[in-house]
Design a protein. Structure first.
Length: 270
């Protein structure tokens, strides 16, 4: 990720510097915007990566819990079961599971090792499940049934998320369509309607009597589209995945579309 950050920063700086040579041309905002987007891109990539890793962690933890259930139900203690299953592949959790098994092998208490495991994974759903397992083991309960219940709970949580995402997919598509229609309306207003009423486009409220030039109007509409795209993307993410942070990728996509459509239209029709 550091390489991505530095690469994005270098490209962004180069493009922004290049835009300074075009400051008195109609290409200035276009090139400057590209530079800014290149600077933001690494943070968006990191957010998308973190969201994907979070989903994969929950899926792999479910697989890990199922393997433990199978092992514990054969009469093998949970500590020994964890050591036995560490050789299996758990994707992004493989390293964490191996560390957990190694700690138990060294004699670290299971409850302590599970707390470290939860801290390393840094996932709220998994942390709650691990806390429940640790408390059950400490209280001397039926650990096999507890593990099975935990696995079922995690599975149900993942299933509900997938069902919600599938059910809401139509609304996500509608959100994109509505935004694209909004862009078209803004462009029609900017290049068709406003020029027809330019004679009355006077700042009466301020009493200045100054007319609003085309550049000011173009910039205002560009800012409007970018702001609308940003918050529209967050809303889509909240609806689809229940997390506004997951909508950053939608916000970035809509802002890119808004920027290129608006600045491109200004270059060709402005």
């Amino acid at each position: 990720m550091k390489k991505i950050y530095w690469t994005g920063f270098a490209l962004s700086s180069a493009v922004v510097i290049l835009s300074l040579f075009l400051i008195n041309t109609k290409f200035f905002f276009f090139v400057l915007g590209i530079g800014v987007l290149l600077g933001i891109a690494p943070f968006v990539i990191l957010t998308i990566y973190e969201t994907r890793v979070t989903h994969e962690k929950e899926e792999m933890f479910l697989e890990f819990a199922r393997n433990l259930v199978e092992s514990v139900k054969t009469g093998i203690p949970i500590s020994k079961s964890i050591i036995n299953v560490k050789g299996k592949s758990y994707g992004v959790l493989s390293e964490n599971v191996e560390k957990l098994a190694n700690q138990i092998s060294l004699g670290i208490p299971l409850n302590t090792a599970l707390k470290i495991f939860a801290k390393d994974i840094n996932n709220k759903n998994i942390s709650r499940a691990l806390k429940l397992i640790g408390q059950a083991e400490k209280a001397g309960g039926e650990i096999g049934e507890i593990l099975e219940s935990v696995a079922e709970a995690v599975n149900m949580s993942n299933k509900l998320k997938k069902e919600r995402k599938a059910a809401i997919s139509t609304l996500v598509v509608q959100g994109y369509i509505i935004f694209f229609v909004f862009i078209v309306i803004i462009l029609i207003m900017q290049f068709k309607i406003l020029p027809m009423i330019s004679d009355i486009a006077v700042v009466e409220a301020l009493g200045t009597g100054e007319t609003i030039d085309q550049k000011t109007i173009s910039n205002a509409f560009l800012y409007l589209l970018l702001i609308q795209g940003f918050f529209n993307g967050l809303t889509i993410g909240k609806l689809a995945e229940g997390n506004a942070k997951a909508g950053i990728k939608h916000s970035f996509a809509l802002m890119i579309v808004s920027f290129f459509v608006s600045t491109g239209a200004n270059i060709f029709f402005g």
